[in-house]
Design a binder for this molecule. Structure first.
Ligand SMILES: O=P(O)(O)OC[C@H]1O[C@H](OP(=O)(O)OP(=O)(O)O)[C@H](O)[C@@H]1O
Ligand SMILES: Nc1ncnc2[nH]cnc12
Length: 182
């Protein structure tokens, strides 16, 4: 485990507030439920603060949040670092012209869409979600941003399931996570 997770006392508190629900939504899945983290004001604030401390002053102009749970963590980070927020949505939710990327999940398959024109050439982007499992969702998100002309600086998640080796699907792009769950 890396140094920042060993040293920062806030990380332990965050981990204890994430509820693990066995066999949801399917048998065999250990579901990492962040709704319990959101109920604890200190842990929720600590989560946002840790990301803001990492990304403030890094010249990031866009935070892209992945539907649905990336919409909880992305906007407060965007506001605090002075970046715009771009929602990456599930199919047929965005009203304007979109670009799409299909991907495979731990328990199914899906597609992400982004409005054409939401990001511009050369923008520096941070991708935010609650969790990385197989990495398919983050990979699709990065593809959308890069197709839009942005440079993805890093991906940030609250939780990583390292056993599913999602990092290996990110083509070497850095991933910052607060807690691991095995
Ligand atoms: O690394 P991966 O294997 O791609 O999985 C990670 C994704 O799975 C979950 O979302 P989900 O697709 O369940 O959608 P939801 O947030 O709308 O419930 C989670 O919030 C991530 O977005
Ligand atoms: N185990 C898990 N818990 C919560 N969200 C997930 N998305 C993919 N796998 C998940």
């Amino acid at each position: 485990m890396s140094a920042y997770r060993d040293k920062d006392p806030r990380i332990h508190g965050i981990k204890t507030q994430i509820r693990v629900v066995p066999d949801f939504p399917k048998p065999g899945i250990m579901f990492q439920d962040i709704t319990t983290l959101l109920l604890d004001t200190k842990s929720f604030k600590d989560t946002i603060d840790l990301f803001v401390e990492r990304y403030k002053g890094k010249n990031i102009s866009v935070v892209a949040g992945i539907e649905a749970r990336g919409f909880i963590f992305g906007p407060p980070i965007a506001l605090a670092i002075g970046a715009k927020f771009v929602p990456l949505r599930k199919p047929r939710k965005l009203p304007g012209k979109v670009i799409s990327e299909a991907y495979v999940l731990e328990y199914g398959s899906d597609c992400l869409e982004m409005h054409v024109g939401a990001v511009g050439l050369g923008e520096r982007a941070l991708v935010v979600d609650d969790l990385i499992a197989t990495g398919g969702t983050l990979c699709a998100a990065m593809n959308l941003l890069e197709r839009g002309g942005a440079e993805v600086v890093e991906c940030a998640c609250v939780i990583e399931l390292p056993d599913l080796k999602g990092r290996e699907r990110l083509n070497g792009k850095p991933l910052y996570v607060l807690v691991e769950s095995h």
